[in-house]
Structure formats: C-alpha cells, structure tokens
Design a binder for this molecule. Structure first.
Ligand SMILES: Cc1cc2nc3c(=O)[nH]c(=O)nc-3n(C[C@H](O)[C@H](O)[C@H](O)COP(=O)(O)O)c2cc1C
Length: 349
C-alpha cells in the first residue's frame, strides 16, 4: 500500500506538469475583479509595505507556498529548495501530505527542511486525522519542527481515486480536538470552502482557513488522468471543474467571518492575482502549481524568479492602486463584475 502511495505522489508530480490539470471550464473569477488604477499614487515604491501576520508569525510578503509533496527523494528536493526560497523571501511554506510518514518514519528526510521560513506547516488529510488522532498530528509537527499543521479536505479527489476514502464523517470533531493543542490551518485542495463550512470551522475553534478554490489545479482531473477504470475516469471528467471559484470563496468567507484568517489559494498565478485576492479580503495569497512547475522546469533559479516576480508584481499593484498596505488596498474597493457578483450573492443567501 505504501509503495502505492509513494508511486502516486510521484505520478502527481509528473501529471501536474500537463496543461489539462487546469481544466478550461474552471475559472477562479479573478478576471471579474478590477483593481482601481490611481493615476496619482502619491507613494514611492519603497513606501509599500507588504508585511503581514499569519497564525501569529510575521511574513515579509502576504504569500504562502502551499503544501504539495514529500515521500520521495525528488519530492524532498522540492521541499528543501522551496522552503529555502520561502525563508529567503520571508513567506510561509507548507510541506505536502505527511500521511506516508505515519507508517514509514524513515521517509522523514523528504519532509524535514533545514531552512526556517517564517511560518512552516506540516500537512495531513482530515480523514487521517480522524483515523490516527490528535497525537499523530502533533507528532508530525514535532518531526519537522513546524509552527503548525495544515489539515486538508479533499473529498472530490478521494471519490475519484480508486481505493480513495469514501467516508468523510467525524472531521469537524477531529479538528476541534486538535485546535486547542496546535496552530491549525484547514485547507481545501482546489474545490473551495463555502460560508457554512467557514462558520462551522470557526465554531470548532479554527482561526485560519485556506479556501483553495476552484479554477487552479483540479485533483479530480489529476485522478482522472491516473484512473484505470472507466468509472473513475468518467467521474474524474465530470468533476474536473467541480467547486467554488476562488474569488467568490474569499469574499463570501470574509463576509461570514470577519476575524478568520484567510489564505486564498487556487489559481493565484501572478502577483496581480495575489493583489486581487488580498483586495477581496484574504490575508495571504497561496500558490502551489506555479512553484512546482517552475522548480521542475528550471530548478531553484526559475522557482526564485517566479516567487520574486510575484512579490514585485504584488508591490506594483499596491502602488498603482495608491495603497501603502493591505488595509489601504482593501479600501480602494475593486470593481466586481459578473458572474462573480451573482456568486457572492448566491453564497450569501
Ligand atoms: C503537485 C501538487 C501536490 C499537492 N499536494 C497537496 C498535499 O499533499 N496536501 C495539500 O494540502 N494540498 C496539496 N496540493 C494542493 C495545493 O496546496 C493547493 O491548495 C492547490 O493546488 C491550489 O493551488 P494552485 O492552483 O496554485 O495549485 C497539491 C498541489 C499540487 C500542485
């Protein structure tokens, strides 16, 4: 079974290099967000302050490289390189699902990173948390000396995956038992988190979510590409654009819970997308696919270019809106176009 898990993680790294993992029909709706240009910014670029705080840690820029991988030597290199870049630029970083470590502790070096990003997250699926319990999650945090753990929700992917989980009961309870004992961020993996779920998580004590909305890497699509049976292939094709667009998730989550810390991932592909997510109410923008693609295509140098390019564009967007910081960017009130407005209205009902 574990060889399977190792092989699956390895296949994932190859498959996400293919264009089809971002289905054309999926749209995060960032195109419906228009930041308002300010012809008289009355700011120097040096005045723009991107620094922020997430889960009690100071970040130099409101960005997170979200959890992706681990378990193989190739994955270990990705984790080490991307964590080093996160440290260099002062942004948050998460390793991928550590499920495999629960039974194969010898794979720890593929998750353990020497660098110290300002915020480092371990990662485990909510269903594994249900099955293995709070202590297992706490141990994963200790093993890599992380600042906390991201608990991921991925029901759509599991349903498409042959042999994947079919029972998703008990997750909120399991999360509520973990929250008093660790810094927890609950994240989707590309299908979005709706307002009632944000409210439920808040009531369970969760204070940070990554809405990881639809429009970016589609895990039903990745599993469709791996599937061996027509049933899985069919369900994967059908669900490949399933979910709530990222932009709609962010606005709706912010309206539901003014105090929840919100990471917006799911097709953040540039500093401009990140600026839009922050203008909509996110505290931090997260991205995964662009970083792993850059790393696999051109190593650390290309990944560094991607991350630094994103930070530079983010800063440019702040300046062009006349915004010295995130509070001012939000106050610059972006124009929202259809169909995003209808999504927000529908989610608020
Ligand atoms: C190669 C790859 C592997 C991933 N593995 C995990 C994982 O193990 N745990 C997790 O929480 N999310 C995982 N994700 C999801 C991302 O953290 C992120 O939520 C999602 O891909 C949306 O961001 P993106 O559109 O920038 O890729 C993975 C994403 C990619 C691209």
């Amino acid at each position: 079974m574990h060889d399977d898990l190792e092989q699956r993680k390895s296949q994932h790294l190859d498959l996400v290099q293919r264009g089809e993992v971002e289905p054309d029909a999926a749209d995060p709706l960032f195109g419906c967000v228009r930041l308002i240009h300010r012809a008289l910014p009355e700011l120097s670029l040096d005045d723009v302050d991107l620094s922020t705080e997430l889960c009690g840690r100071a970040l130099k820029a409101p960005l997170m490289v979200t959890g992706m991988t681990g378990g193989t030597e190739r994955a270990g290199q990705i984790n080490r390189d991307l964590a080093a870049l996160a440290q260099e630029t002062g942004v948050a970083f998460g390793v991928g699902s550590m499920r495999i470590l629960l039974d194969q502790p010898e794979l720890l070096p593929t998750f353990a990173v020497q660098s110290r990003p300002p915020l480092l997250f371990a990662n485990l699926g909510a269903q594994q948390l249900v099955q293995r319990g709070t202590d297992a999650a706490l141990n994963l945090i200790d093993l890599i000396k992380a600042d906390g753990i991201a608990i991921h929700l991925n029901a759509a992917q599991e349903l498409v995956q042959e042999g994947g989980d079919r029972d998703f009961r008990g997750q909120v309870d399991a999360i509520s038992r973990l929250v008093p004992r660790a810094n927890v961020i609950v994240k989707e993996t590309g299908c979005g988190i709706s307002p009632p779920v944000v409210a439920e998580l808040w009531d369970a004590g969760v204070r940070a979510v990554d809405v990881s909305g639809q429009g970016g890497t589609s895990w039903p699509r990745v599993e469709q590409l791996r599937a061996k049976t027509p049933e899985s292939r069919g369900l994967g094709a059908l669900l490949s654009d399933w979910g709530i667009p990222t932009a709609a998730c962010v606005v709706a989550a912010r309206m539901t819970s003014p105090q929840m810390q919100i990471v917006a991932s799911g097709v953040i592909r540039s500093g401009l997308d990140a600026a839009k997510a922050i203008a909509l109410g996110a505290d931090v923008a997260g991205f995964a696919l662009p970083m792993v693609r850059a790393h696999q295509q051109g190593g650390v140098a290309t990944a560094r270019e991607t991350l630094k390019g994103c930070i530079a564009a983010l800063k440019a967007a702040f300046l062009l809106c006349g915004a010295r910081n995130a509070v001012a960017l939000r106050a610059s009130r972006p124009v929202l176009l259809e169909p995003l407005r209808s999504w927000i209205e529908g989610l608020a009902e």
